[in-house]
Design a protein around this ligand. Structure first.
Ligand code: SF4
Length: 338
């Protein structure tokens, strides 16, 4: 087996919030509580969950765009969280991000050419005419004309701006792209074109992806593996086809049930998502999903279920699949409704 490209263990990100007048109180927001995952070279992993589950915060903490509170992140074996100077600069070059909002991620006073050539200069890849030639080639690769080099971001549509954001990520020849909801701000008609572009780039360049999304149908189409997050923790992970066909965790099952069905013959009325995600400032004790879970056991409100690896390459954090629940250990979705 290849050595992993990205290895994350026990990642935490807490924020402190001071609120109240006249005696403000400090609260800890547990945005990311305990995330462990591994991405192999060329693999596309989806990170899914409802808004507020901590998926974007986790992705940014992995890249050190925000400093994690605890945990380890290794990129090709090198510790990302302790790297300094040139070592950190090299790692940052190899791990790039494509943001959700293509407009706010581009400087409105900078031409597209300058936005593409700047990272090449910072990382000593190319300058001058060579950088301009490379920038024009990148624009061509993402489906934009070379004359876009001398234009400004406001002159482009949302889909074109996202193509510019993708070209900018490619300027430094990354091996891993973190795509943070890359199409959710785009019109539906444009989403498919940008997704096709990302998949072509993935195949042509052998890129690995951490694909953050709330849209299971997009993740099913784009990714090899998926990790489902709930309130700062991964509750289920494994091959995307198996996890989304027959989720084991009740929350993953609820998300799947509420996701639009691509096969028209199997479409019905979408079930409602029950309840809301609790506040990360006051997570419920035990399994954070227990107030919304119809299959809750007595143990669920007391003990946090660990993420347990199963024999089929999947892992699930639920007492239904743990011998300490007192129930027969099972790895079948039927156990959820039993
Ligand atoms: Fe539901 Fe308990 Fe499993 Fe949590 S641990 S998902 S509450 S059955």
């Amino acid at each position: 087996m290849n050595s992993p490209l990205l290895e994350v263990r026990g990642l935490q990100k807490h924020f402190l919030q001071r609120r109240g007048f006249p005696w403000p109180k400090t609260t800890t927001i547990r945005a990311v509580e305990d995330i462990s995952l591994t991405i192999q070279p060329g693999e596309a992993m989806g990170l899914v969950g409802e808004s507020g589950c901590g998926k974007s915060t986790a992705a940014r903490a992995m890249l050190r765009l925000i400093e994690p509170t605890a945990g380890t992140v290794r990129f090709k074996g090198e510790n990302v969280l302790t790297a300094r100077g040139e070592a950190l600069k090299t790692m940052r070059r190899r791990m790039q991000i494509v943001f959700q909002d293509p407009y706010s991620s581009l400087n409105p006073r900078q031409t597209v050419g300058s936005a593409l050539m700047e990272p090449m200069a910072v990382h000593n890849i190319a300058t001058g005419p060579d950088a301009r030639r490379r920038a024009a080639a990148l624009l061509d690769e993402v489906g934009l004309p070379a004359d876009a080099l001398d234009r400004y971001p406001h002159e482009f549509s949302g889909g074109q701006r996202q193509r510019i954001g993708i070209a900018r990520a490619l300027t430094v020849e990354p091996e891993l792209i973190v795509a943070d909801e890359p199409v959710s701000a785009l019109d539906v008609s444009v989403q498919a074109q940008v997704l096709l572009l990302l998949r072509e780039l993935r195949e042509r360049r052998g890129l690995a992806f951490l694909f953050v999304s709330h849209d299971l149908s997009v993740v099913r189409w784009f990714c090899d593996t998926v990790a489902v997050m709930y309130l700062g923790r991964i509750v289920e992970q494994g091959p995307v086809a198996e996890v989304l066909r027959a989720p084991l965790h009740p929350y993953a099952n609820m998300l799947r049930e509420a996701s639009p069905e691509p096969d028209p013959s199997r479409r019905g009325i979408l079930p409602r998502i029950i309840g809301e995600i609790p506040s990360a400032a006051a997570p419920p004790p035990g399994c954070a999903f227990h107030p919304r879970c119809g299959a809750g056991l007595a143990i669920c409100s007391k003990i946090v279920p660990p993420l347990k690896a199963l024999s089929d390459g999947r892992a699930v954090a639920c007492h239904l699949y743990s011998p300490i629940s007192g129930r027969p250990f099972s790895t079948t979705p039927a156990a959820i409704s039993a």
